[in-house]
Design a binder for this molecule. Structure first.
Ligand SMILES: *[C@@H]1O[C@H](CO)[C@@H](O)[C@H](O)[C@H]1NC(C)=O
Length: 218
């Protein structure tokens, strides 16, 4: 009988040694009157990635301002992939919990619109899936710009390099890989990025796995 649990590639939230949480403060006087080369407003997925890359330059100063807390008190629900998926922070104090205006094409109903209010942003209140598009999709972004300056930054070659830079991949152990016929290509994965990814088993995700099958092979 086929196993009920299927392999799924998940990413833990960045729990890197140089985690910004270690240098965070809730005391506004620590920023008051100081100047920085860059102030990033919003410590979500985009803001923290940008601030983290800027901070790799030791000749500049960077500050991040975030409306929510640092998430230390709910750390497991953010960093443990299974918990963030099955017991996440949606509809808690860490969720801005927006509603849309009533939608004509949804029977006039407003829709729930969760957004993370915590360091890590909406990625901190969402399941941690690590997915990539395929090479033709990234190359299509490049082509759509008709040779504009920097267009190649959006093509596969540059994008894949950035995706690998963000990832630390841990392969599945040999016994489980054989049991579930999981293969991976080491060259396609990063080894020292801030986001940790691996294969995990999550019940009831058959459709998600099907849609993302190329990740299991890539
Ligand atoms: C900081 O260092 C980077 C990398 O060496 C360099 O590209 C950049 O121009 C420097 N910025 C300033 C403000 O000195």
């Amino acid at each position: 009988m086929a196993p009920m649990l299927l392999p799924l590639l998940l990413a833990a939230s960045a729990a890197h040694a140089s985690s910004p949480r270690k240098r965070s403060t809730t005391d506004p006087t620590q920023l008051s009157g100081k100047t920085f080369d860059f102030v990033v407003v919003g410590g979500g997925t985009a803001g923290l990635a940008l601030a983290g890359r800027l901070a790799e330059w030791t000749n500049i100063t960077v500050a991040v301002i975030e409306a929510g807390g640092d998430g230390t008190d709910v750390r497991d629900q953010i960093t443990v992939p299974g918990m963030s998926y099955l017991n996440g922070l949606t509809k808690t104090a860490y969720d801005w919990a927006y509603s849309t205006t009533p939608q004509p094409n949804a029977g006039g109903n407003p829709l729930s619109w969760p957004r993370g209010k915590v360091l890590g942003g909406s990625s901190a209140i969402n399941g941690g899936f690590w997915c990539r598009g395929s090479q033709p999709e990234y190359d299509a972004w490049n082509t759509l710009q008709n040779g504009a300056t920097g267009a190649e930054d959006w093509g596969w070659t540059r994008m894949q390099a950035s995706i690998k830079k963000a990832e630390t991949f841990t392969p599945m152990n040999d016994a489980d890989a054989a049991r579930f016929s999981v293969q991976h290509e080491s060259d396609a994965h990063g080894t020292d990025g801030a986001s940790f990814s691996s294969f995990q088993f999550v019940a009831g995700c058959r459709n998600v796995v099907r849609r993302n099958e190329y990740n299991l092979l890539g």
